[in-house]
Structures are given as structure tokens and as C-alpha cells.
Ligand binder design. Structure first.
Ligand SMILES: [Zn+2]
Length: 429
């Protein structure tokens, strides 16, 4: 090939407008609705227009912000809300995680396919991002995240843990088996005892694609043989986890029900405490002082109570814990602790996540605070407030629309009519 032909080809390539290759991606899209929830200022904006170029928000304003060539999506009497974010999901497990040994009956491929509807239901419900906090078969979540990012599977943008970091026999371990049954490595991947084993596991998880570390500081409610009031990781192990995760730029989410386990995790410097079921006044003060997020799943008890397979004594025990947790939630809101939106989706069916908003309002939040917990606060906890979490110029075009005004009736968030993620429309009723 002569040099002149190469140059001619290069010049033609340079002169070819980008839209010639992808005509749809550069035509701006303009969304028009009756209202917009501005989670940054905490105000409602009337008669908004939002212009999207490609996958980003290009303008937010009135009609004059709309380019002449924009394709207009008229959404009528709806309210635009930033794409919702759930900071505590389990998309990559079998639907019934109450008995982890269920996982043993399925191949990794079966579990991976079973997760596809979970991801789709979550996105269709208006959740454009999730922080997924653990799977029993390690790295199913990494695979699902990547499949969504490649466009192979429809779902929210995922940030994933890779595996549960847990003590042997702990709340994230697969327990309930006879002692002579060996588990394959991916079913006890995150087991670690002692600060150096914790560090080694975190190095491995970071290397294999984890976006954050999920560890279990105390026992669990829904794990066989586990006591939610027990302490599992020690303060030394928790500190090692936070430091090692930070070496890889990762944050730590700590599952904790018991009050000392909550405080140990906060003192160690975790980014969020999950559940925080038995938090007391000192724990609330510590969370406030350390800037720790509380990610409290105050709705899912309704689904546990409605499960006919649960024994009565278990249900009573669980109901008592739920009442305590909701009182703690109210106190934490009042104290001004940073709060994020996390549902433990998987206990309740995937796609019903938004039902928790009404409970957050019932237990002390304003509607705006509840929406902020599930948008701008959640983006901050995940570590990417610059990418998503509000309808702001330059951020990813993750926008949903709900009928009416969710600040007057928070349950409007359960009636999502329109979902856009990264500029692409996934739902428009
Ligand atoms: Zn969970």
C-alpha cells in the first residue's frame, strides 16, 4: 500500500463526522415532564426540560435549553427523578437465599441464568445502579456486572463484592452441612481468620474484580446456626480489612446486627454499616462522628413475616429485631447520621425495592430525604458522586419518571413509568 493511499484513508477517516457511523447516538434527546426532583438543592423544579447527548446529561433548564434537532420525549404529568440506587442487593444469587445450601443444588451456569430476571426487574423498577453486597458462589456477581456493562443482559450498573468476607462458620459462610462434606473453593472463597488472612483475601478479591469489600462483623438473621447478636470479626481483623481495602482504593461495607459489632466496624473505619439492627445511642453518635453511612433495610421484615415456610419462633424473634431496628433508624435520622438506601433485595422479590421508601418516611425521613438516600447519598457511598446520583449536567443520563409528585406521595416511586440508563430508554409506559 502506498503512503499516499494510507494518508488519503486517514484523512477521510478524520473528516468523517462521528454521526455518520452512529446516527442515533448524537441526536440529542429532550425529556419534558411536569416536575423534577433536584436532589442537590433539595427542591422541586417545575416544567423542566432535560437534554441528553449520548449517555450524558447535556442541559437542564427550560424550553430554551432544547436544541432544534432534539428528539422530544413528552412525559406529561410525571416527575423526573434521578435513577434510583439500591446499596444493598443480592442480584447474583438464587432467589431464596434464606437457606444457602440451596446453592449446592445448582451449577454456576444455572445460578448465572437465574440472576438475569433479577437484574432486569431491578432496572425496570427504576434502579439504574446497585451496590451488590455478596453472593454465595464467588464472582457470579462480577460476571453479571460485566455482562450488563457489555449489553448482554439488561440490568442496572453494578458495583460488586465478589464474595462474602467472613470468619469460618460465620454469617457469610455456607453452614449447615455435615462436617465431612468438602465445599468447592468458590463456595467458601471469602473465609478468613486473623488480620493477615483477611488482607490476603482482600488482595485476591481486588485482583479478581471486586469493587468493594463486604464483610460480616456479626452473626446473621437468616443464616443457619448464626446468632445476630454474636461478634464475628475482631477489631484487629476489621482494621486490617479497612486498611487493606484502602490500599486498592476499595471501601468496606460491614454487615452488623449486634451493637458491639456495629461499633467495632465504625471505629475500624468502614464506609457503611449494613442493617445496624441493634444500634444504640453511642453507636449513632459514633456513626455521626466518623461520617459512616447507615444502610438500614427497614422494609424487608414485611416479606419475612409473609413467608409461610418460616417457623413461628423464628418469626417472633425476627419481628422483635425489626421493631428495634426501625426505632434505631428513626433516632439515626433525627441525629443527622448519613443514611443510604439499601433493601437487602433478594429477601423481598427483586424489583420491589422502592417499597422501602414509604417505610423510611414512616420512620422519620421527609420524602426528599428518602429520595436523597436512594440517589445522591448512595452515589457518594459507592464512591462515584461525579458519575451519577443527580440530574446534573455532565452526569450519566440515568433518569426515571413517576406519575404525579413523589414528594406528596412517596409511593409514587413504586409506579415507575419511564427508565433511562446511560441515555438509553429501557421503559416507557
Ligand atoms: Zn444482605
Amino acid at each position: 500500500m502506498s503512503r499516499s493511499i494510507v494518508w488519503a484513508g486517514l484523512a477521510a477517516w478524520l473528516l468523517t463526522p462521528v454521526w455518520a457511523a452512529e446516527p442515533q447516538s448524537t441526536q440529542p434527546v429532550a425529556l419534558h415532564a411536569a416536575r423534577l426532583v433536584d436532589v442537590v438543592s433539595g427542591r422541586l423544579v417545575n416544567d423542566p426540560w432535560v437534554v441528553i447527548h449520548g449517555d450524558k446529561i447535556a442541559a437542564v433548564g427550560d424550553r430554551s435549553a432544547v436544541p432544534y434537532d432534539a428528539s422530544v420525549v413528552e412525559l406529561g404529568d410525571t416527575t423526573l427523578v434521578p435513577g434510583l440506587i439500591d446499596c444493598h442487593t443480592h442480584l447474583a444469587d438464587m432467589p431464596d437465599v434464606a437457606d444457602p445450601t440451596v446453592t449446592l443444588r445448582y451449577s454456576p451456569a444455572e445460578i448465572a441464568y437465574a440472576a438475569i430476571p433479577n437484574a432486569r426487574a431491578t432496572l425496570q423498577a427504576g434502579f439504574t445502579t446497585v451496590r451488590d453486597v455478596g453472593t454465595y458462589r464467588a464472582f457470579n456477581d462480577v460476571a453479571l456486572r460485566d455482562a450488563i456493562a457489555k449489553g448482554l443482559v439488561e440490568g442496572p450498573r453494578m458495583y460488586v463484592a465478589g464474595a462474602y468476607l467472613t470468619i469460618t462458620g460465620g454469617a457469610g459462610a455456607m453452614t449447615g452441612l455435615a462436617q465431612d462434606i468438602p465445599l468447592p473453593p468458590t463456595l467458601h472463597y471469602g473465609e478468613a481468620n486473623g488480620p493477615w488472612e483477611v488482607r490476603a483475601r482482600i488482595r485476591d478479591l481486588a485482583h479478581r474484580g471486586a469493587d468493594h469489600i463486604k464483610l460480616l462483623s456479626t452473626g446473621a438473621v437468616l443464616t443457619h446456626g448464626s446468632n445476630p447478636k454474636s461478634i464475628e470479626f475482631t477489631p484487629e481483623e476489621l482494621s486490617a480489612a479497612v486498611q487493606e481495602a484502602a490500599n486498592f482504593g476499595l471501601k468496606v461495607a460491614a454487615h452488623a446486627h449486634a451493637v458491639e459489632g456495629i461499633k467495632n466496624a465504625i471505629r475500624a473505619g468502614v464506609a457503611s454499616v449494613e442493617h445496624a439492627t441493634l444500634i444504640d445511642d453511642e453507636g449513632i453518635a459514633l456513626a455521626k462522628a466518623h461520617g459512616t453511612y447507615l444502610d438500614m433495610d427497614i422494609y424487608d421484615e414485611e416479606c419475612i413475616q409473609n413467608d409461610p415456610t418460616e417457623p413461628a419462633d423464628f418469626l417472633q424473634h425476627d419481628r422483635d429485631l425489626a421493631d428495634v431496628q426501625r426505632v434505631g433508624f428513626r433516632k439515626a435520622v433525627k441525629a443527622g447520621v448519613k443514611m443510604s438506601f439499601g433493601t437487602d433485595a433478594g429477601i423481598c422479590p427483586h424489583g420491589t425495592n422502592a417499597r422501602q421508601f414509604a417505610f423510611m418516611v414512616r420512620y422519620g425521613m421527609t420524602a426528599m430525604q428518602a429520595i436523597q438516600a436512594g440517589t445522591i447519598n448512595a452515589a457518594d457511598l459507592i464512591g462515584h458522586p461525579e458519575l451519577f446520583g443527580s440530574i446534573t449536567v455532565g452526569k450519566s443520563a440515568d433518569i426515571i419518571a413517576v406519575p404525579g409528585n413523589p414528594l406528596d406521595d412517596i409511593q409514587r416511586l413504586e409506579q415507575v413509568q419511564f427508565v433511562m440508563k446511560e441515555g438509553r430508554i429501557y421503559r416507557h409506559d
